[in-house]
Design a protein around this ligand. Structure first.
Ligand code: KIV
Ligand code: ZN
Length: 515
């Protein structure tokens, strides 16, 4: 018996970006979308086009760039939202519109202030309008997990009649238990007369830590699309983690009547990219993508794995892309080997000029550091992309000094819109002094919300990868920087965030405002 296809709908760029602090620029979203396409994700929810001009532009750019995955835009059930989403995904090879309206009593009464009949009418109208732009329309009754089943059956039947091809059932507040959520999906498939005309989809939030379990149980009950995010990023406690859903289905083919089309060896690349861009570190013991996910510490386990891998391993680390932590290139490696390895890691250069400049940085790094790993190469490429994206504030020079018994001091020269300025500041440590010196020149008045350093590889000569989150006037941005000197990496990350603060715009949240 041939297995059904399980559609993977990735919403890292939409629900993932709704995580407080996870905002991304258009270029960052494009890089993630390309990595998702490389991993053969079926549908990429690229954003919420009505939210801001920046969101619209990002969805449109992704629609133009992505060829192999469906590109989806989110829209509330209003004409304006749908027209904006339709316009944004127009250029895609395979465009989809995802429209939603809340159906739970609490949301209809308190948030929408609409009667159930009005909600049904708005849902039908929205789906019909979306069908004017594309044949691929996904409808979500928001807060389905707390909706009345009879009402839900009515909404689902009507929206399928209106042309919805996918019915997504959100457990918006992460309230359901696995058997309850699966029961909901099963009941809808059984009770809605035209349910065979649509694919049923899961969308689970992780408030009780059940998002993946709920999604999987629903797949066993007949759902054939899972909405999920890389590293489980998402609103509040996040969404179902893509890597956990995909690897569970792949590993337990004895249980699941379906499988995905994903190239799972790309999982680590996607995980690192999303973590690096958003500044959301992956916990060490996180399933599949955490640093310890395949590490065996106890002697008994190590002995068992050496004798026969399957004694303690149910998956191969290589199958999710964990093969990378090995020496790949050295000081004497040529430009072609460098380009080829980065291509294998999914990094493409816009021009030969960019390749040359990153290759020069690679040579400089190879002089400082004996062993260069895949992670170093990706960090180098990321650095060059950051520089290309954000030119208005640049680090020209910096000098830091610390000594026992003395207050650390930093002198930083920045070029802002082509004008160089220098400032000296003191702080609790070298990084603190550096940030104060930068701020004295940049005068951003932003608040530092997060500072984190991660060693890209092992050893004291490793590059430090720094994430900085800044907030100003309600807007939040993430900056990244990498260098073997963590104070320089920190300065770069701070400056990267300042540049983003200059370009990022205010945007609306899809679920805070009513239709
Ligand atoms: O959680 C939710 O209900 C959503 C909808 C917009 C699908 O994200
Ligand atoms: Zn959601």
């Amino acid at each position: 018996m041939s297995k059904d296809r399980l559609i993977i709908f990735d919403t890292t760029l939409r629900d993932g970006e709704q995580s407080p602090g996870a905002s991304m620029t258009k270029d960052e979203k494009l890089r993630i979308a390309r990595a998702l396409e490389r991993m053969r994700v079926d549908v990429i929810e690229a954003g919420f086009p009505i939210a801001s001009q920046g969101d619209f532009d990002a969805v449109q750019a992704i629609a133009e760039a992505i060829k192999d995955s469906v590109v989806c835009g989110l829209a509330r059930a209003t004409d304006m939202d749908i027209d904006r989403a339709g316009e944004a995904v127009k250029a895609a090879n395979a465009p989809r519109i995802h429209t939603f309206i809340a159906t739970s009593p609490i949301h209809m009464e308190k948030k929408l202030r609409m009667q159930p009949d009005e909600v049904v009418a708005a849902a039908i109208r929205a789906v019909k309008r979306a069908r004017q732009y594309t044949d691929d329309v996904d409808f979500s009754p928001e807060d389905a997990g707390r909706s009345d089943i009879d009402f839900l059956c009515r909404v689902v039947e009507e929206t399928i009649k209106a042309g919805a091809t996918t019915i997504n059932i959100p457990d918006t507040v992460g309230y359901n238990l696995p058997n309850q959520y699966a029961g909901l999906i099963r009941a809808l498939i059984e009770r809605v007369p035209n349910s065979d005309k649509a694919i049923f989809s899961t969308h689970c939030h992780n408030d009780l830590g059940l998002a993946v379990a709920n999604s999987l149980e629903a797949v066993l009950a007949g759902a054939r699309q899972v909405e999920c995010t890389i590293n489980g990023l998402g609103e509040r406690a996040g969404n179902a983690a893509l890597e956990e859903v995909v690897m569970t289905v792949r590993t337990r083919q004895d249980i699941f009547g379906c499988d995905t089309n994903l190239d799972t060896t790309q999982i680590m690349n996607c995980s690192r990219l999303v973590s690096n861009i958003t500044g959301f570190a992956v916990q060490r013991n996180k399933a599949i993508v955490g640093a310890n996910a395949f590490a065996h510490e106890s002697g008994i386990h190590q002995d068992g794995v050496i004798k026969h891998r399957e004694t303690y391993e149910i998956m191969r680390a290589e199958d999710v892309g964990w093969s990378s932590n090995k020496l790949v290139l050295g000081k004497l490696s040529g430009r072609n080997a460098f380009r080829k390895r980065l291509q294998e890691l999914g990094v493409e250069f816009e021009s030969e000029e960019t390749l040359n400049s990153v290759f020069q940085n690679f040579k400089t790094l190879a002089d400082k550091k004996d062993e260069i790993f895949d992670e170093d190469l990706v960090a180098l490429a990321t650095e060059s992309q950051l520089e290309a994206e954000n030119e208005s504030i640049k680090l020209v020079a910096m000098k830091v000094h610390s000594e026992t018994g003395e207050t650390p001091e930093a002198t930083v020269t920045l070029s802002i819109d082509g004008v160089e300025q220098t400032s000296t500041a003191h702080g609790d440590g070298q990084v603190d002094a550096t940030f104060k010196a930068i701020e004295a020149v940049a005068k951003s008045e932003s608040k530092l919300e997060l500072y984190s350093v991660n060693s890209i590889t092992g050893g004291t000569d490793a590059q430090g990868e720094v994430s900085v989150r800044l907030k100003y006037d309600g807007r939040v941005v993430n900056g990244q920087g990498a260098d073997t000197d963590i104070v320089i990496a920190s300065a770069r990350a701070y400056i990267n965030a300042l540049n983003k603060l200059r370009i990022n715009q205010e945007k609306a949240h899809p679920q805070l405002s009513s239709v």
